[in-house]
Ligand binder design. Sequence first.
Ligand SMILES: *Cc1c(COP(=O)(O)O)cnc(C)c1O
Length: 364
Amino acid sequence: MPYFDERIYNFSAGPAMMPERVLAEARADIWNFEGEGAGIMEISHRGGAFDEVIAQAEADCRTLAGLDDSWAVLFMPGGATMQFALIPMNFLPDGRHADFIDTGVWTRKAITEAKAVGSVHLAWDGKTGGYDHIPSPAELAPSADPVYTHYCSNNTIYGTQWAAPPELASPLVCDASSDIFSRPYDFDRHAIVFGGAQKNLGPAGSSLVLIRRDWLDRVARTLPAMLKYSEHAAAGSRFNTPPTFAIYLMGRTFRWILDEGGLVAMGERNVRKAALIYDALDAAAEFYRGVARRDCRSAMNITFRTPSEELDARFVAEALEGGMAGLAGHRSAGGMRASVYNAFPEDGCAELASFIEDFAQRFG
Ligand SMILES: *Cc1c(COP(=O)(O)O)cnc(C)c1O
């Protein structure tokens, strides 16, 4: 396939690789969308052609997540960080509080934003453990009667992932930015699931928000219309001019996932891809150290270290020479991180696995 003569294996954590087919479709549609004589970015967000784009994107999203009409599907501007602020602004009234399960930098940021609006109870603090695992039910200390509990299904920076949503009585709010639609998931157990698009869905700067319609009537405080979920839902994600190209790309990505076999097939492939890399690391366990506890390992972000920072740097540099980019860990975690979201090809995982083996043989 000539594609990879021009393109590297991009292990970037986000913005990340998009499906090859989607990029090829977009290349054509930027120029002339379905015979309109204008590109997808140039047509009206209220015209008939875009009506179909957004309707199909929503329908395919519902099929993937198994969501009926009791859910609203919203395409919103701003990344996941915007949702960190909007959720408490919309739903956390004065005098009430929300629970947070702190599994890393992204939940920390959500906590900071929520505190700017209201009260927060920490149901678990993973910081003292170096964010190396997902809490067991016994480790959780939920408060009485929180408005909701916020957690992050996949911790992009540390490489830990919830196997299933936490078993809690309160409504769940899930930041699924880095693993949404990477596997079957129990969406129905949530009040809100949201994800910034840039990891598994599309381009940076936009978000997908799945929200129960009965939550849209809850009004914690007076807000400008642009910041209200109810307004975005009432306007069918077209309250103002929405990020049309991002919505188009998300739609094409949903369609690609469906054609690949849906979330079950995606999940199986992602487990297989991650296992290639984890198996190589485990086979050289005297050389490599994982960041995440074994039973909490992420299938999306694989985090590890060599015995020294010098060797870490060498690993990243040599891999880059071999056409494998984006392997340096996040600045707050160090070491290496291989991000292998849905669109990352299996061949690239095999290639990294053999590099991992080779590197340990040379420097171990
Ligand atoms: C990347 C990421 C975010 C932030 O996304 P932005 O688009 O930069 O706002 C939030 N949560 C998680 C889990 C992420 O991986």
